[in-house]
Design a protein around this ligand. Structure first.
Ligand SMILES: [Zn+2]
Ligand SMILES: [Zn+2]
Length: 331
């Protein structure tokens, strides 16, 4: 069995779980076309598994998928999570359900990222205040009590100041290039347009008018950045809020339906608070991920077509057998 990615040579990582592959943490399979892949965690490309073991692997992945929880679906692809493993099922997606545990894990990862900034900032601030207090001969207790808040605010400010990674639109009112920061997205309004289930009407940071409309993937990217910032500012009882948020998404029949419903309300992003803001972030995250998986699957599918057609060509199969007999691979 292969252990490295055919595209980037990175280690495929993971132990394969119950797939029988012995490698990988994220898999994809198409039972109908008899295809199975290990998805590289480094470059995200899909590595087609060897033809002769595929039926058992597909059966095993199918069992894993039935035991897992469906996180999101698109027309062609369902993303199923099972413990540490992700299984992408290509074909008819089953009924959407939401996984609450997963959001909890994401929040934990976010807290870790935050600590990387908060701790050094806190130490720097304490260092500074000690120096200042020693110089002034004052008491520093009051000031040190403020340090965690100050460090938190610095971190939140950093996230809010992050550029939204899209091509900056031009403001239709004042002609300015709208370089968007995450914090600007709170002023945007959700929209439902003829071309896009989820669009964002942006307020220009310069003239404060509604000056540009984002649709499709750009709207998703901007909304994700904005909500990450917005949800970070109010990080209270996360566990309960994540469960409430997942329930809300469930009630509407999954992330896609939830987003469409919210877009029709046409309200500002800043209107969303608490569990509702988390539900929106969760939905837009899952939809963006499953859309990306669908795109990757189309690429992988083209390669698989070529590879499998080569294998069923009898002359090439003879050739391969000949090569195999003469030259045993070491792995
Ligand atoms: Zn790779
Ligand atoms: Zn403007």
């Amino acid at each position: 069995m292969f252990t490295t990615c055919a595209f980037c040579s990175g280690a495929l990582g993971g132990d394969g779980g119950d797939s029988g592959l012995g490698v990988g943490r994220r898999f994809a399979f198409d039972g109908w076309k008899s295809r199975a892949w290990v998805i590289c965690q480094r470059c995200a490309r899909w590595n087609l598994t060897p033809y002769d073991e595929r039926l058992e692997v597909i059966a095993a992945l199918d069992r894993m998928a039935s035991a897992g929880r469906v996180a999101a679906t698109s027309d062609q692809v369902a993303l199923v999570r099972l413990g540490a493993y992700d299984i992408v099922r290509v074909g008819q997606p089953p009924r959407p359900e939401m996984a609450t545990w997963r959001y909890g894990e994401r929040i934990k990862a976010r807290q870790k990222e935050k600590m990387k900034v908060v701790v050094p900032v806190a130490i720097a601030v304490v260092g500074l205040s000690v120096a200042v207090n020693v110089a002034l001969g004052g008491s520093m207790g009051a000031f040190i009590g403020q340090v965690p808040n100050l460090a938190n605010n610095i971190y939140t400010g950093m996230v809010g100041y992050r550029k939204v990674p899209i091509e900056p639109p031009i403001c239709a009112r004042c002609g300015a290039v709208m370089v968007l920061r995450a914090k600007h997205v709170s002023d945007a309004r959700l929209q439902h347009t003829a071309r896009s289930d989820l669009a964002l009407l942006l307020r220009c940071p310069k003239c404060r008018d509604e000056g540009a409309l984002l649709e499709g993937a750009d709207a998703e990217i901007a909304l994700r950045s904005g909500l990450t910032y917005q949800n970070l500012r109010k990080a209270g009882k996360l566990k309960k809020r994540a469960a409430d948020a997942a329930r809300q998404v469930d009630m509407f029949g999954g992330p896609a339906a939830y987003l469409t419903r919210q877009a029709l309300r046409e309200v500002r992003v800043s209107t969303y608070k608490g569990a509702e803001a988390l539900a929106l972030e969760m939905s837009v995250d899952e939809q963006a991920e499953v859309r990306e998986l669908e795109r990757q699957w189309q690429d992988a599918e083209e390669i698989a077509d070529i590879a499998d057609n080569l294998l069923v060509d009898p002359t090439i199969e003879d050739e391969l057998r000949h090569l195999k007999e003469g030259n045993q691979p070491d792995g």
